[in-house]
Design a protein around this ligand. Structure first.
Ligand code: NDP
Length: 319
């Protein structure tokens, strides 16, 4: 008979609370400045024990926010299944200490109801997500992308109804353009389900959301902002300093391609490395620090394929 090792969270997990947490917009919620994303490294193709160690390290050090989506894996849905197993194995006693998000918007199942922003899709998707994660509710549910063909009212009213049904405590949107963000903010405020947070890409190589005014709009209107891919999927670290490691995201070649390692990226990296050296930081820490310094940023959502990477990233804000 297999004896499962019991997990007990560290008693010191909140010892860095003063520096770790930041208020999410003008809400009541505090989020860790370093949050953990499940897009990669938590799928059915990944070793469960490694995923487990990463989440243990995270929670033991106060990283209370895990970010998922219906189609994270691979295979689609399997990152949520991993979270479900983690809840059963380790985290059930700590459910109220965790802030778990999921999303729907991208392709999830075949046919006309398996993606975008219809009520039909969002409702079904969240129910599936809850089943996979073995949860009664999520803390935060996102519309994962803007749907130009579905009336915004339909998508937003569905988010309101999801909160009213107790399936999510808060609502967020991700990858919506500025005008749609304005509309969403107003629509949700009028229904007393305030927009908690916006999730968008922001890093030293991609400042589009700042240039478009999305970050400023969130900051001015008490909406939190959480930056995804703050390390540009690993480009803004020393991961590729000696070539392309066989176990790296670039070696897998699907989401991060060798062609992305351009001269512009190399130049930016050189600058980040120089700043890191002057500040006594690692390259990854300097890259994360830059994002966290931007006015309006609540948290950075990092990925990690090892405990050491997450430790390096966390040490941006706590030593
Ligand atoms: P990052 O930019 O943090 O990239 C993570 C990758 O960088 C890791 O998998 C690892 O690559 C490498 N890495 C991380 N830390 C270090 C380190 N200290 N030293 C060296 N290499 C390091 O973020 P992601 O692109 O993974 O995105 C983070 C999260 O954001 C996702 O999990 C998801 O939750 C969310 N997201 C949301 C999107 C949306 O549309 N809303 C889109 C994309 C992401 P390797 O695997 O090669 O070791």
């Amino acid at each position: 008979m297999e004896l499962k090792e019991l997990y007990k969270a560290s008693d010191n997990r909140y010892s860095h609370a003063d520096t770790l947490y930041r208020r999410c917009g003008n809400s009541g919620v505090l989020l860790p400045r370093i949050s953990l994303g499940f897009w990669h490294n938590f799928g059915s193709v990944d070793p469960y024990e490694r995923s487990r160690q990463i989440t243990h390290f995270a929670f033991d050090n106060g990283i209370t926010h895990f970010d998922l989506a219906n189609n994270y894996g691979p295979v689609y849905g399997s990152a949520e299944e991993t979270l479900g197993k983690l809840m059963d194995d380790d985290f059930r006693p700590y459910r109220d200490e965790l802030f778990i998000s999921t999303k729907a918007g991208y392709d999830m199942w075949p046919g006309p109801y398996g993606e975008w922003g219809s009520r039909k899709y969002l409702m079904a998707s969240l129910d599936q997500s809850l089943r996979r994660m073995h949860l009664d509710y999520v803390d935060l549910f996102y519309s994962h992308r803007f749907d130009p063909l579905t009336p915004m009212q339909e998508t937003l009213q569905t988010l309101v109804d999801i909160v009213r049904a107790g399936k999510a405590l808060y609502i967020g949107i991700s990858n919506w353009p500025l005008e749609a963000l304005r509309f969403a903010h107003q629509y949700l405020a009028e229904r007393d389900v305030p927009l908690l947070i916006y999730q968008g890409r922001l890093n030293r190589l991609d400042r589009k959301q700042m240039d478009e005014g999305i970050l400023a709009y969130c900051a001015d209107n008490g909406i939190g902002y959480i930056a995804f891919s703050p390390l540009a999927q690993g480009l803004l670290t020393d991961r590729y300093i000696n070539g392309i490691p066989a176990d790296s995201r670039m070696a897998k070649g699907k989401f991060l391609k060798q062609e992305q390692l351009t001269t512009e990226v190399e130049n930016c990296l050189q600058q980040v490395r120089e700043e890191a050296r002057c500040n006594g930081q690692t390259t990854a820490q300097r890259a994360l620090n830059w994002v966290l310094e931007q006015h309006g940023v609540t948290s950075v959502l990092v990925g990690a394929s090892s405990v050491n990477q997450l430790k390096d990233n966390l040490e941006t804000v706590i030593k």
